[in-house]
Design a protein around this ligand. Structure first.
Ligand SMILES: CC(C)(COP(=O)(O)OP(=O)(O)OC[C@H]1O[C@@H](n2cnc3c(N)ncnc32)[C@H](O)[C@@H]1OP(=O)(O)O)[C@@H](O)C(=O)NCCC(=O)NCCS
Length: 369
């Protein structure tokens, strides 16, 4: 009996509220003009007027054309600039658990399983709605899954990190079948008043099922190797957390939302990720030339092109889903996988690789059964 595992099903969901660059920049620019008027009226501040944002620039530098939001009316309201998501009572399914289920149910169906077949549920996301009870336990209960559930959060690598934990739990015998949910609602921590990042993030939910290879059917993806890596950096950061209320002066400061040094991240990640993925391929005994596809974290189209070339050469296929969905945090690489896997043939090798805040990088080498 083999100890190998496989991804046996995947599901994805993007909310129907689509906002394109023109709409998003129009809201941002309306806020900029109002701010500049306010500054002009409060004469003597000496502040430079705030510059506007441009849809053409956004598309050119990032490859993003539109994105899907959990809620968009609040984001497009220059007086609010945040999704409007009302609190729910404790006896109702919580927002992020419900979002997880939108992808979990189709993932289970794709694997031909019911909730009760699962005995490990992991929710991995760049931000979690609350500290406790863990969202995974709520998802576990809603699906009727058995065993145990846990949440993990390691920036945009949360999906592949969770897949690694699930795979190793199955290999160690502490679980038989695992469900990994990645419900990302980064619009809720996006700073829609920050010119250099207001356009980046979008919302999406993805889920995958992991089983022993002996339980997998043809068409599933054997996990040939898995790796997780972290190295501390503040280049992508969000200081919002349980201490936020303890310093009233800084409570609403911009550092309590997503912020980054974009050019720095670009520079570092383009070098780091191909090196780590090539090491992983070497360990799995795969020649980089054999890689048919890489499903990368979706942050920047130019960055992904450079990374893909450094992993598998000029001809490797690296699907981009940024144009439609933007950067969906740790859902991005799995969304690319879910949407662009069916045309691969038996024996084809692909690499799933996510990277982001931390820095973190998580990758799986996959082979189609
Ligand atoms: C964020 C990112 C798209 C920015 O692209 P960039 O080419 O590096 O752009 P820069 O920040 O250097 O800005 C370049 C110019 O555009 C301008 N600019 C910034 N935001 C703008 C906007 N919204 N509209 C128009 N112009 C803008 C800047 O003012 C600057 O102008 P200048 O050259 O006259 O000074 C890019 O750096 C990136 O994607 N990095 C990787 C991020 C990443 O992977 N993060 C992981 C998160 S999970």
């Amino acid at each position: 009996m083999s100890n190998a595992c496989a991804l046996t099903g995947s599901g994805a969901y993007a909310p129907p509220n689509v906002v394109d660059n023109e709409q998003l920049c129009a809201a941002f620019n309306a806020w900029v003009r109002a701010e500049n008027r306010r500054a002009e009226n409060a004469k003597g501040t000496g502040a430079e007027p705030l510059p506007e944002s441009s849809p053409a620039w956004v598309e050119k530098v990032s490859g993003i054309v539109r994105r899907h939001y959990f809620e968009s009316s609040g984001i497009l309201d220059p007086e609010f600039m945040c999704p409007r998501i009302p609190d729910r009572p404790d006896d109702q399914l919580s927002v992020q658990a419900e979002f997880a289920l939108e992808a979990a149910r189709p993932a289970l169906a794709a694997a031909g399983l019911e909730g009760e077949d699962i005995d490990l549920t992991i929710v991995g996301a760049s931000s979690l709605q609350r500290p406790y009870p863990a969202l995974a336990i709520e998802v576990q209960a809603a699906l009727g899954a058995r065993g145990f559930g846990l949440d993990i959060s390691v920036g945009c690598s949360s999906g592949p990190f969770a897949i690694q934990i699930a795979t190793q739990a199955i290999q160690a015998g502490t679980a038989r079948r695992a469900l990994v949910c990645v419900p990302e609602i980064p619009s809720a921590y996006s700073n829609f008043r920050a010119r250099d990042s207001h356009f980046i993030l979008g919302d999406a939910s993805v889920a995958v099922v992991i089983e022993k290879i002996d339980d997998a059917k043809p068409g599933a993806f054997e996990i040939l190797g898995t790796t997780s890596f972290s190295r501390f950096s503040s280049a992508v950061r969000n200081n919002g957390g349980f201490l936020t209320r303890c310093d009233p002066e800084g409570r609403d400061a911009a550092d309590k939302l997503f912020y980054q040094d974009g050019p720095r991240v670009f520079h570092d990640i383009v070098r780091l990720v191909p090196k780590l993925v090539r090491e992983q391929l070497h360990k799995a005994g795969i020649d980089p030339k054999q890689v048919a596809r890489v499903w990368l974290h979706q942050a920047n189209a130019r960055m992904n092109e450079a990374i893909a070339k450094r992993i598998g050469g000029p001809d490797v296929s690296a699907p981009i889903v940024l144009e439609e969905y933007g950067n969906t945090a740790s859902a991005g690489s799995l969304l690319a996988f879910h949407l662009h896997k069916d045309d691969l043939r038996t024996g084809d090798v692909g690499v799933l690789a996510a990277f982001g805040a931390g820095y973190t990088m998580g990758a799986q080498v996959l082979r189609r059964l």
